[in-house]
Design a binder for this molecule. Sequence first.
Ligand code: MRU
Length: 376
Amino acid sequence: MRCYDLYMKVNDKAYRSIWLNEDGWSVDIIDQTRLPHEFIIKTLQNLEDAAEAIAVMRVRGAPLIGATAAYGVALALRQNPTATHLVETCETLLATRPTAVNLRWALAKAQRLLSGLPREQRVEKAYVMAADICNEDVAINQAIGRHGLDVIRRLWQKKPDDSGAFQILTHCNAGWLATVDWGTALAVIYKAHNEGIPLHVWVDETRPRNQGAALTAWELAAHGVPHDVVVDNVGGHLMQHAQVDMCITGTDRTARNGDVCNKIGTYLKALAAKDNGVPFYVALPGPTIDWQTKDGLNEIPIEIRDSTEVTHVAGKNTAGEVDRVQITPDGVSACNFAFDVTPARLVTGLITERGICEASEAGLLDLYPERKGQTA
Ligand code: MRU
């Protein structure tokens, strides 16, 4: 697959969300825990740095987690290229976050491509593999954007002439920060915006980590896409009042049956969309499909994160400093489910790099026929 140019820009400079440093071995990332208030680049130098970056969400979003894990393997093998260390490295990285299947996909690929090689070839091949995963992700996302643009064009043409901008609701961050470049759901939005379709995006804040308020809003502003951040519970109201023409989200794992796991709260938006006749699309790259999981609702592991993410909120104070405050009573008990599963029956269509399909095993297999009969 062809590698596309860097696309997304920060202060007019094009960036990917992860890249190989000029020294040829260390890896730079944008530290997403510091956005939107600070733009900090962090260098990963070893396995521990890569695992920490994924676990504390300096990098996040399913495709970017997979890409970071791939570079984590390269950094680890540079320290010690033995087959035993490759296995231990994959175990360490796999334990960082349980839900996004791209992590498991990238690590399985690493084991498959690297374990049989002579140890002196492993490091170089691991770096090539990581770069390939990144380049492939960019190409995939561009293709998702093109297919999704067709959906928006079609829906836009049906909208009455005097009804204003095409209104899209999105949840969490499925933009270039969640991938290597372009994004999945936001690639569709960027393509439609670039095409000149007048858009307005409702950005769910996405408690508790606020990926919508902090990251999606930051991305859309940089790209000039009109948007408003709304609190997570507004979507239903907007849909009841015909203020949403389409919902589109990304996904961390889509099961073989078309069930879609994504950031907590996605399911409620899909329910509201169904009740109000609003199309609900999910954009995803092939590596986010978990062919081993037959029933997403009952089988996908849901990450439970630290309760302090619920009890505390970070932001910029009036002195312009980034601060963190407690919003709950002292000693409160809180529970932090990070993802939920939207059953396939609530999804209008899956937008992949190969085209659009029904959210079902048959729909997915139409696009990925090589998976017929395979369960791994
Ligand atoms: O917890 P996060 O921020 O890693 O969750 C990210 C999401 O839920 C995204 O919607 C998903 O990874 C798809 S992004 C292309």
